[in-house]
Design a protein around this ligand. Structure first.
Ligand code: SAH
Ligand code: MG
Length: 196
């Protein structure tokens, strides 16, 4: 991994105010995945490819990442970044809305990282439950959304997002097939392991 190039991608994304994965969130995910063999990784929300590039360190030799992004400009930038890291054969970008692309997917993934529109998290969860492998693990970033989710604050203009993030937490917590932790790292990270 070309660390210098990766830092350039990270700093450019931060300058552009693109909400890339936070360092402590990545560090936490690393702890969950260090003893896992990840062949297939799915990401919902590529942005400029920063997190997908970071996640390649968790892949097995022939491992692959599929990642979905609907913003054309970001897809363009992600492709350049992925090429500059020589990862064109490892990361595949699906261009378009995850609401349409997810139902079309029909393979199993060892890890799924949800990091797109917060108002759609319950939908992303349902699709992820269909796509996750037997001993897989589903991460959802920004699950505590600046603290709004755990407070009684609901007059905010982002209340649809907050309501759906709460719904996500409720569903993963009540699902008997999942073992879930809600962690206060970064902007909040939900970790749901599939019970086998
Ligand atoms: N995972 C990235 C950051 C993603 S930011 C990283 O950590 O580096 C969230 C991205 O999700 C944005 O680029 C936004 O355009 C995209 N997005 C939001 N809703 C989406 C949807 N329904 N389908 C596809 N992409 C979506
Ligand atoms: Mg995020």
């Amino acid at each position: 991994m070309n660390k210098q190039e990766l830092d350039k991608i990270k700093n450019r994304a931060l300058e552009e105010h693109i909400p890339i994965i936070m360092d402590d969130t990545l560090q936490t995910i690393r702890k969950y995945l260090e003893n896992k063999k990840v062949d297939r990784f799915l990401e919902i929300g590529t942005a400029v490819g920063y997190s997908a590039i970071c996640f390649t360190e968790f892949l097995s030799d022939n491992g692959r990442i599929d990642t979905i992004e609907r913003d054309k400009e970001r897809v363009k930038e992600a492709k350049i970044n992925i090429k500059n890291m020589n990862l064109e054969n490892t990361i595949r970008i699906y261009e378009g809305d995850a609401l349409e692309i997810l139902p079309e997917l029909n393979e199993k993934y060892d890890v799924i990282f949800i990091d797109a529109a917060k108002g759609k998290y319950p939908f992303f969860l349902n699709q992820s439950l269909r796509l996750i492998s037997k001993d897989g693990i589903i991460f959802a970033d920004n699950i505590l959304y600046k603290g709004y989710v755990m407070s009684d604050y609901n007059k905010h203009k982002q209340r649809t997002a907050v309501r759906n993030l709460r719904e996500y937490i409720k569903e993963v917590s009540e699902n008997p097939n999942l073992k879930t932790e809600i962690l206060e790292v970064g902007d909040g990270l939900a970790v749901s392991r599939i019970k086998i």
